[in-house]
Design a binder for this molecule. Sequence first.
Ligand code: LLP
Length: 385
Amino acid sequence: MINKDTVEVFKKVETPFYYYDVELLKSTLELYKSQIDKYGYNAHYALKANANDRILEIIKGYGLGADCVSGNEVKLAVKSGFSPDKIVYAGVGKSDKEIKAALNAGIFSFNCESVPEIKVINDLAAQMGKKARIALRINPDIDAHTHKYISTGRKEDKFGISPWAFVDVTDLIDQCGNVELIGLHFHVGSQITDMSVFELTCRRVEELQKWFIDRNINIANINLGGGLGVDYINPNEHPIAPFEDYFSIINKNLVVRPGQRIHFEPGRAIVAQCGHLISRVLYVKVGKQKKFAILDAGMNDLIRPALYQAYHDIENITSAGRKMRYDVVGPVCESSDRWGHNRMLSKTQRGDIISINTAGAYGQVMAMKYNQRDLAKAYYSDTIK
Ligand code: LLP
């Protein structure tokens, strides 16, 4: 929560910056943890959503493992104290160097995305005298009903192994002495709010795993990835993602065989709502048709609106004036550097402080220095003064 005292503190801090509500992160994790414990599920936090040291330390404290998509993420997870036997590693383009680093770390599983990748992992593991545990990331051909850039499970997407390649994959694994197949992995997209997508995924998982079980191939682990969406429109009303609904849908629809372990890779749903991008109004430019509120935070700080046409709630937290319409924009020399079109904000003037909400996931971690702008710093609710 950004209360009055916090706003007073913000007034003394150079903007733009990221602000993380540690209490909200902890209550989110408490609910998440109680839900996975209720069903006996395992979770690996997707580092790609936010990899700040402080955030990782808190998440690790709840016993979650780590989901990584690069060698550096694997290294960071290990350095941050995540147990290697709870680290999973996906990605369509793992380099030899990255594979070797993950083999050295002794991670739980490589989530493999193609036939040639399995061969390379086997050969590198053989050279190093190791055996790699692998899961097959399957492309189940499911439309996640989300933005096309964050859909990953349709047959035209680059991710995962399609069912028509199963024979090639199992033949290859039979010939490989240095990989062990430990399960199947699915991740069909991100910011999924249509719960029927998860129901459908569970049904597809059952159809697809039968193929392996019919051939006496043991599937010890099923990993359902991440993807659960959060409320970007009304974050104050829904500060925590609908974990109860989500896990109850999974529990009802997923057929689990004796001894099978079920895994998840939540990213956004854990960290999105606890983060805010805090900015100052530089100028209000009054045009004939509209007013522009020009902020000191830009697309380089948070690229989601420019890249995915994403909606983020915007609040003027220092004005209580009558609501007026503004186009809220950033300072970067791109027309896509726009926070919102026709947004209702309390009457805004130079120096007001603006909070761009639901910025904890895929915000700071995707920031860049375009226009040679400084990278925004991070502050945490329990240490900011
Ligand atoms: N597992 C895998 C294999 C993934 O590729 C992802 C996200 C996750 C788990 C975590 O998904 P989540 O629970 O966060 O939905 N930059 C985009 C999102 C990209 C998601 C990439 N993969 C955005 O800002 O919306």
